[in-house]
Design a protein around this ligand. Sequence first.
Ligand SMILES: [Zn+2]
Length: 653
Amino acid sequence: MALASCHQNPFFSEWDTPYGIPPYNKIKDSDYLPAIKEGIRQQKAEIDAITANAEAPTFDNTIAPLELSGNLLSKVSGVLFNVVETDRTDALDAIVEEALPLLSDHEADLSFNKALYERVAAVYHADQNALTREQQMVLKEHFEGFEREGIGLPEEKQRRLREINSSLSTLTQKIGNNILAESNAFKEKFGFSVSAYPDRMTTTADRDLRKQYLDAYTMRGHNGNENDNRELLVEVLKLRLEKARILGYNNFAEYQLADKMAGTPATVDAFLSGIIKASVAKAKEEVIDMQAEMDKDIAAGILPKGSKIEAWDWWYYAERVRKAKFDLDDEAVKPYFQKDSVRKGIFLAAQKLYGISVEPLEGVPAYNEECVQTWKISDADGSLIGIFTTDYLPRDSKRGGAWMNNVREQYVDAAGNDVRPIIVNVGNLAENMNVDQVQTVFHEFGHALHGLLTKCHYASVSGTNVKRDFVEMFSQFNENWAFQPELLAQYANNAEGETIPAALVEKINNSLKFNQGFMTTELCAASILDMKWHELENFDNVDIDAFEAAVAKEIGLIPEIGFRYRTTYFNHIFSSGYSAGYYGYLWSEVLDKDAFGIFEASPEGPFDLALASKFRKTFLERGGSEEPMVLYKEFAGREPDNKAFLRARGLIK
Ligand SMILES: [Zn+2]
């Protein structure tokens, strides 16, 4: 007789680990799929129980159990989608490949569950006065989520929507693949990848070569070959317009913005036009500085007389100006920003601002024992805030970039226990960091604080579960502390224990404003192009080149700066979900700088404890449990203003 395996799937039992940290050491690859399948089955049963309830729909018998459903699925997804990004293996890839269609089918089943929708709608349309504000927001999100998929529409319109969605997913995938193919062709031709483009444009002295790079880079998807995106993307834009119309909106931008903080295209347009003017004006000043550098090359006989700065010169001469003006050398900075010191810096800033305490946890389960460290974050009164794990250094199995992950969301369970979050910060950073990397560490910890300090009741609105154009406010806000002289004095030490010199601190802070006319113009012009495409309501005879040229003219874009993304390779808006949403980067930054401006203006200085406490209570504790603009006005006493942002980027005095 064969012996039964003694391995038990850890997802099927309660975790008796410290703080309920996933028992990573006991989880085997073979545990994931059975747990996902069982998790889907359990959530289906939970939803069936809600819809089978004979009692009239109420928040307590419909929304509350809906919020608590899918617990097993959250448990396994939290672990699986973390490890596949940090410690990828072929086996994990295969598991995810099998799991994704199961999960997306399950999600579609939920969002087209008519019986569930009818109960949610009944609660939504009933008197909401007895509900808390957070409950009203949770209810609204569920109801609007259903409506946005078109569940309330007649059968035949729903059928057309499904057709559109399916065509859109095929077309956008094709566009993405074409961009990839064109980027690979670029790499083949020049021997470096498109991600290295800014770097090559900065360091390549050969002007003709720079022009070749720029031409090839900006013509991707526009070469009349089998990877040409022009027809495909017009098709996508038309289908998006049709979808928006079916759902009752005038254009796709309206549909996309309806569930964002900004709310309407008009708000976004006014917002962007308030930035583009100042940034183009600054960019024109930057051209003058660069021309002076170019004139030196003309005088030295390197370039012919009469040479003028062109789009392919920008990166190269900007770097020359940077060296001449700021003399900031990465190599001089790095010794003071060792990985452990920088982490000490993020903890110190949060301790000073929010009174929390941080203690390392030894011997707790970790998804990668060698590379990650885990910390217990507690409040001033000793109560547990959450568990925080750092995983900063690169390894082959980790995907690129830096991010924050929620292994467990904060919520209050059925028994009334406050389940505290487990948050991970992951990066591909160096043991000794440059200015950018230090900002990245503070940025990701800003997301982590948003996830950790939350005090909500329902998972769907806790922590970072806020609107997409609001979420980056908190990560960017936290970056403001990275180079505060008072904080640097406490964390930025080199291996000999020496503190970073004041002169270097000043150089760092000055350099943050460098080249911001160009950077802001690029970001803003791309955001405007995105909005214009999605506000368009007639695509007869549309010509992409002419459309781009008209937009450039309207916003006063100078020839020395092209579009950061021309339409044919604008991946964000065609294949990664940022359509009519690219403005979100600037929007969040305006909020963050405006809020930080209030700290800077305080007589107590930026470490004003009363203000920090207000920031924590108004924003960080409340997640998505209130409309962002309501929260913002509660904090600032007024609507946000772009002046602090323009000043921080050096665009106005
Ligand atoms: Zn972020």
